[in-house]
Design a protein around this ligand. Structure first.
Ligand code: ZN
Ligand code: ZN
Length: 256
């Protein structure tokens, strides 16, 4: 037989599912911090900082890289990306990974308020790096959007534009092919899979523009690379990429 205590526990579990009182990462009481994370977990999200590749933003591996002022990684030297620069807020692991999962797969859009706090903090340290840029999401295919119910890259791009006080162009590109999941593919397979997936919607809105493409996670960079290629072909002056999370070899692999 149920005790009053277990009934209460059930209600609080259900409530916690929709309006979490406890931290979504460590399950302790939030006690300040964000809407979904406690103070400790919030401050555990470390930003990716120098030394990193000045093009793709991968953190330098000091065991074999020799980071200089403008250090570029092996991948960028061997097969340069079409974008001019990519940066990610933090590593796609532990707390940040959990936050992105709650947002993307569990559809808890309230997590965006915590993400907003992170974006404010991150971009306040970027000076004028994004001055004059138009913010645009890496587009999701319509089928995917219907399946998921929302477009995570658009929601993030809108927040980034807000934080940077930059214009938002939600449809510079459109996704014309529904690509299969990238998660288990190699860098080469990802490049093949994404080839031809984008088209420019309005060439007049791209010509001469500096575009900041926004997405949730950077894995091998092939999706951003293909989008940048199409934007550059249409006359974009510069293409920068920003993602919340960055997969670095050996860390969480289940992304884009
Ligand atoms: Zn916590
Ligand atoms: Zn690089």
């Amino acid at each position: 037989m149920k005790t009053p205590g277990s009934g209460f526990k059930l209600i609080s579990t259900v409530l916690n599912l929709f309006f979490p009182q406890n931290c979504i990462y460590c399950s302790r009481e939030r006690n300040g911090g964000g809407e979904y994370l406690c103070c400790d977990c919030f401050s555990d999200i470390g930003f990716i900082q120098d030394p990193m590749c000045f093009v793709c933003g991968v953190p330098a591996d000091i065991s074999y890289d020799l980071p200089g002022v403008e250090f570029s990684c092996g991948v960028c030297r061997q097969s340069p990306y079409q974008f001019d620069r990519a940066r990610s807020l933090g590593h796609y692991d532990t707390v940040l990974r959990q936050l992105i999962h709650h947002f993307k797969y569990r559809k808890q859009l309230g997590v965006l308020s915590d993400i907003d706090g992170l974006l404010e903090k991150y971009f306040s340290g970027c000076g004028d790096d994004y001055m004059g840029f138009t913010v645009s999401p890496v587009p999701l295919h319509f089928n995917k959007m219907r399946e998921r119910g929302f477009d995570q890259a658009f929601l993030l791009a809108r927040q980034v534009a807000d934080v940077l006080h930059a214009p938002l162009e939600s449809a510079l590109l459109r996704r014309v092919t529904a690509t299969s999941a990238q998660a288990t593919k190699t860098k080469f397979e990802r490049a093949q899979n994404i080839k031809g997936a984008f088209e420019v919607n309005r060439p007049d809105a791209v010509e001469g523009k500096k575009v900041l493409l926004v997405d949730d996670v950077f894995t091998t960079g092939e999706t951003a690379n293909e989008a940048a290629k199409i934007l550059k072909k249409a006359g974009a002056q510069k293409v920068y990429v920003f993602t919340l999370g960055r997969v670095v070899v050996g860390k969480g692999q289940d992304s884009l």
